[in-house]
Ligand binder design. Structure first.
Ligand code: APR
Length: 265
């Protein structure tokens, strides 16, 4: 019996029950500002202080947020099957904290705990679940160069600057109007090129971006199951073989138990 191939696509709705506001939900606004207006290179150029304040608050909110039953069910599914990929639009670290390994996950919009230079390729991965580093500390720049920057980072705490080229550092996320990270796109397409999927689960997304719909339909090309979990209708609903109009943390544990009990995983 061939290993069941599973693709899971998630959006902000999967973290809503962990207390993290969605983007387009009524709780998405920050200081009465539309996230779509803040998460842009233009907003950062105009007022980097404001954008950093927003990301710092979001980082702390995420650090304080627990994983929920939806994250845990998806992690269980990931551990069950070899032919599994999670593509998340979320920049939080809750899927990782729930136990989904980096090989089985693509954060297509980046990771909020990564900080990178707005000019050169310097970047480093901060630590999610724990408070911002204070005082001096050695950080592991993701481009392999070791450097102690926290002192400068903390001292002019508001606007961190690149230790290499002194340009402004920015959160390692994809802003509106920016390109998706090519290496991550390639990972998704390599997984989908290998074959269609027996099960596609789409959780908590408005499916605003065409590539999310394309990947779901590409994965579903052999006519397997396409399960949508979302209290509301989305542009993907009409393609779904099953629409579960329930919150993710309520619906996912049962869906995953069914799949794992089928013994094809
Ligand atoms: N369980 C499941 N779905 C939920 C829940 C829940 N508890 N709560 C809300 N939802 C659904 C909403 O009905 C909505 O369809 O989650 C969706 C959240 O939609 P958005 O806020 O648009 O978030 P998302 O689809 O992830 O946005 C995509 O757009 O703003 C950019 O880069 C940002 O990654 C984000 C992308």
């Amino acid at each position: 019996m061939h290993d069941m191939r599973v693709l899971v696509l998630t959006g902000a709705g999967v973290s809503a029950e962990s207390g993290i506001p969605t983007f387009r939900g009524k709780d998405g606004y920050w200081r009465n500002l539309d996230p779509a207006k803040l998460a842009t290179p233009e907003a950062f150029a105009r007022d980097p202080q404001l954008v950093w304040d927003w990301y710092r608050e979001r980082r702390q909110l995420i650090r304080d947020a627990p994983t929920n039953a939806a994250h845990e069910a998806i992690a269980k599914l990931a551990q069950h099957g070899d032919e599994f990929l999670l593509v998340t639009q979320n920049v939080d670290d809750l899927h990782a904290r729930a136990g989904v390994s980096p090989e089985k996950m693509v954060q297509i919009h980046g990771n909020i705990f990564v900080t990178r230079c707005s000019r050169c390729d310097f970047s480093y991965a901060g630590r999610g679940g724990s408070p911002e580093p204070s005082g001096t500390c050695v950080v592991q720049p993701t481009n392999g160069r070791l450097r102690s920057i926290a002192a400068t980072f903390e001292k002019d705490a508001d606007l961190p600057r690149c230790p290499e080229c002194h340009a402004l550092l920015r959160p390692g996320v994809v802003w509106f109007g920016e390109q998706l990270p090519l290496r991550e796109v390639q990972r998704v397409e390599n997984f989908l090129d290998r074959d269609g999927c027996d099960v596609v689960i789409v959780v908590g997304t408005t499916a605003t971006f065409g590539y999310i719909i394309d990947w779901a339909l590409q994965a579903n090309r052999n006519g397997g199951e396409l399960i949508e979990v979302n209290p509301e209708e989305t542009p993907l609903s009409r393609f779904a073989t099953r629409r579960v109009r329930e919150p993710a943390a309520i619906a996912l544990p049962g869906i995953v138990n069914d799949l794992t009990n089928r013994g094809a995983l």
